[in-house]
Ligand binder design. Structure first.
Ligand code: GLY
Length: 403
């Protein structure tokens, strides 16, 4: 009898806690007109992705599109972006239930499945969570769960307890490079925790996030791109950039990877320090004098050429998606600001300034992203992850439609 009562208290406690975390945000209401635009965007995206599918040879994964040669730029399954194609197809399938999209997603995942054992990359979250994680949500299957658990195990092999981080990039033995993007791979570890009840995945994610708060962030809550740790002592050896304008600049996508990553950390742990971190990052971005009126960030917040430089639509899409989750956890004033910003981004990405005309852009939905400007690579082009996070942001926005 006593045990039964205790169980009831625990259940009530968990329900109450969840209620507190996802606050009642009835005042956040999706705009009907934008919901119609989103519906059309999804319809157009279906047609675009069918065009893209026709251009792909077996084993190829779309990265971008080269306007000069009118050809898709593709990769093999080991590239960090290989999961976005099936992930986007699954997000589109959830809207239209067009079986052709599911078939194509499954096809792409067949070519991706071997990456579950890849221990040479930290990008397994991007690659496997966004593909098989979505597949498992749409159509749960034990084999998907096993692939995700195996992927989390592979990712965990890159964790160094002395540093307190998962290694991002290979380098010389005296280096241990961690990039801010790595915050995005932690969601996979939480999924593995839920599926296995093995807390080691959870501990790695929390330790990585705590080390990142300590060393990746400046006092203004902008982040460095790359931290080089001493692998033996865990001491910081260098703070630098790879894809940003300068070591001390705020690389656009890096800021939104952090925003998204710490929002997920709060969802998964309910630890307020992660919510505070996400809100500080949001504050840095939203109040930044170099954030344009349409809220689509420049590729780097500190490029001195602003406003005569490139926007990064991918950063806009990731930011919209992150803010549409963060607003659920925030107090009213901030929640409204996050929601309105995300709404503005979706509206602008839906305009002809960013959304490709049907039949163009190699089948990608969005134009005008920047991959790696310092390497003169993928400048002002479509990118698979811009599409993925745009689709996710639109799905999240729909969840605010009046019931
Ligand atoms: N994770 C690599 C990038 O954001 O470009």
């Amino acid at each position: 009898m006593k045990l039964k009562r205790l169980f009831i208290y625990v259940v009530i406690g968990v329900i109450a806690l969840n209620h507190c975390i996802a606050q009642d945000h009835a005042y956040l209401k999706a705009d009907k007109q934008l919901l119609n635009v989103i519906q059309k965007n999804f319809k157009d995206a279906d047609a675009q992705y069918k065009i893209m599918a026709k251009q792909l040879a077996p084993g190829e994964f779309p990265k971008s599109y080269d306007e000069a040669t009118k050809k898709l730029v593709t990769s093999n399954s080991g590239w960090w972006c290989s999961g976005f194609y099936s992930g986007t197809l699954l997000l589109l399938y959830e809207q239209s239930h067009d079986p052709a999209l599911l078939t194509e997603a499954n096809h792409a995942m067949d070519g991706l499945v071997k990456e579950q054992y890849n221990t040479h990359t930290h990008d397994l979250g991007f690659m496997m969570y966004n593909s098989f994680g979505n597949a498992n949500r749409v159509e749960p299957k034990p084999e998907y769960k096993q692939i995700l658990i195996n992927s989390a195990k592979s990712l965990s092999t890159r964790f160094n307890p002395k540093v307190g981080c998962i290694k991002s990039w290979e380098s010389k033995p005296s280096d241990f490079l961690v990039i801010i993007d790595n915050m995005m791979n932690l969601e996979l570890l939480f999924l593995a925790t839920h599926e296995t009840s093995d807390s080691s995945f959870y501990k790695i994610a929390v330790t990585h996030a705590n080390t990142t708060i300590k060393n990746h962030y400046r006092p203004d809550y902008s982040s460095y791109h790359v931290i080089n740790y001493n692998p033996e002592t865990g001491a910081v050896q260098q703070r630098k950039t790879a894809q940003g304008y300068a070591n001390e600049s705020a690389w656009g996508r890096g800021q939104v990877w952090g925003l998204y990553g710490f929002t997920v950390m709060y969802r998964e742990t309910k630890d307020k320090k992660y919510l505070e971190q996400a809100e500080h990052i949001a504050q840095f971005i939203l109040t930044n004098p170099n954030l344009p009126g349409d809220k689509i960030p420049y590729w780097d917040f500190n490029d001195p050429a602003i406003p005569n430089t490139y926007r990064d639509a991918s950063a806009g899409a990731i930011m919209a998606s992150a803010l549409l989750e963060l607003c659920r956890y925030a107090d009213k004033k901030e929640a409204i600001a996050y929601f309105n910003t995300a709404q503005t981004i979706i509206k602008n990405l839906s305009s002809t300034a960013y959304k490709a005309a049907p039949g163009t852009n190699g089948g990608f939905i969005l134009q005008h992203s920047v991959g790696n400007l310092p390497q003169k690579s993928e400048i002002d082009v479509p990118l698979s992850y811009a599409d993925y996070y745009f689709a996710e942001a639109m799905k999240r926005y729909q969840q605010f439609a009046a019931k």
